[in-house]
Design a protein around this ligand. Structure first.
Ligand code: GCO
Length: 441
């Protein structure tokens, strides 16, 4: 199975890349990395499948040369990776020379292979000592994050192609403090509201620190999920609009318009920190690009529970191993609506798109035709949006390797490359080979 279009259907300067994150692949048992709130969350029974954690993960800390060879050999232009706060500053405040040296080597290894380093500063591994101080609930996190940004980017900034401060603010705030599915596992509306605001304040502070250091090509990475009303009743439509406001518009509107959407403020305003309106000058620090992570849509119904009074219901479309509906049109919808409402001529990048599937190695290879079909269908929507004038500049597949899928442990496999978590052997799947064929032509 192969792709239904050619590499040459995309402009010459269109970036193809693949994405990973530090805690999901590196192994935090090495190199003086500090304890993170994910280690604590995983050590609490019932939070993570088989209580799995990232102490060894894919051992990318030692195997990065081989992994970057795989990125280069596939023909990717760029590699989106993240820097672990807990490796750079194990207690959240004090630099760890071993951690800084590691990211120095990793960066140079990308450049030696002709790959553009696209860094994310925070992909969820909050140092435990900062979690003890309230983590994202504490306004001081904006100062702590600014210090961390300064420390790591003073060292690496000269060699980065692009940098984004925070991966998926919705996950950092709502998923982790309201739904409780990710570390720190809180289910508390007040904690969630504060995290929703502090995550954007920290984003803005980090952008300002990097501007002061002279860095260019700075952006943001939001995850978006298309909200479909479960039926055509006004109540279902209102519930879907609330979901859309909390999930998608809070972050886009905060950063690009300097206010929060009314349907989300309805429930969150009483819990926001004092003088929150004064922070938008920082939150709105100008960006050079906007990254969208897109996986699925959700069907939303009203619910008699307290605000936001909604629930997700099972949808009719085919699903991935995550149980997520496959809805490629959602990517087109978001590219066009984001450009129209928020970003205008600013370049958009798809900073993550991909799927989990349960394939296992059989003799002759690891076959994942469903992943090729998924990527093909989503890239077709990217081409469609570009034909309609949306300035899309790149597309990153999540993910290079099967890795630590957070609360789902090592069970859900998103990789283009299969990883045997006993032997740590890497084996390219047929999707990796199809992409290699597409990108090297
Ligand atoms: C995310 C994260 C990744 C996940 C991926 C699949 O974007 O949610 O960046 O860490 O592994 O999305 O759930």
């Amino acid at each position: 199975m192969s792709f239904s279009f050619q590499h040459s259907d995309f402009p010459d300067d269109f970036l193809f890349g693949t994405a990973t994150s530090a805690y999901q692949i590196e192994g935090h048992g090495f190199g003086g990395a500090g304890r993170t709130h994910w280690d604590d969350f995983a050590a609490t029974p019932g939070n993570v499948v088989r209580a799995e954690h990232g102490q060894r993960a894919c051992d990318h800390y030692h195997r990065y040369p081989q992994d970057l060879d795989l990125v280069r050999d596939a023909g990717f232009d760029a590699y989106r990776f993240s820097l672990s706060w807990a490796r750079v500053m194990p207690d959240g405040r004090t630099p760890n020379p071993e951690g800084l040296d590691f990211y120095d080597r990793l960066t140079d290894a990308m450049l030696e292979r002709g790959l553009k380093p696209c860094a994310t500063l925070y992909h969820w591994e909050l140092p435990s000592p900062l979690a003890d101080l309230g983590g994202w609930r504490n306004r001081d996190i904006a100062d702590w994050f600014a210090d961390y940004t300064h420390t790591i980017m003073s060292r690496l900034g000269d060699r980065m192609y692009s940098v984004a401060p925070i991966n998926e603010p919705w996950c950092v705030a709502w998923l982790s403090h309201f739904l409780g599915h990710h570390a720190p596992g809180l289910r508390d509306i007040r904690a969630a509201a504060r995290a929703m605001h502090h995550v954007l304040l920290s984003h803005g502070r980090a952008i300002q620190v990097m501007r002061d250091l002279g860095l260019t090509n700075l952006g943001s990475v939001f995850n978006l999920e298309w909200a479909t009303p479960a039926d055509d009743s006004p109540a279902a439509q209102a519930a879907a609009a609330r979901y859309d406001a909390i999930y998608n518009h809070w972050f886009l509107s905060g950063v690009f318009k300097g206010h929060y959407p009314a349907q989300a403020l309805d429930g969150l305003e009483p819990h926001l920190p004092a003088n929150w309106q004064d922070d938008f000058t920082t939150i709105q620090s100008p960006l050079d690009w906007c990254g969208l992570n897109y996986y699925t849509r959700k069907c939303i119904a009203p619910d008699p529970s307290p605000w936001p009074a909604l629930r997700e219901v099972d949808g009719p479309l085919p699903k991935t191993q995550m149980g997520w509906e496959i809805y490629p049109e959602g990517l087109y919808n978001f590219l066009t609506s984001t450009a129209k409402t928020y970003t205008g001529d600013l370049p958009l990048l798809i900073t993550e798109n991909g799927m989990a599937s349960a394939e296992s190695p059989i003799s002759g290879g690891v076959h994942d035709p469903e992943r090729i079909a998924f990527l093909d269908a989503h890239l077709a929507q990217v081409l469609r949006a570009m034909r309609d004038g949306v300035p899309v500049q790149g597309y990153f597949v999540w993910s290079l390797l099967d890795n630590y899928e957070w609360a789902l442990g090592y069970e859900k496999r998103f990789g283009l490359v299969h990883v045997d978590f006993e032997t740590l052997e890497r084996q390219p799947k047929s999707s990796y080979l199809a992409l290699t064929e597409l990108l090297n032509r």
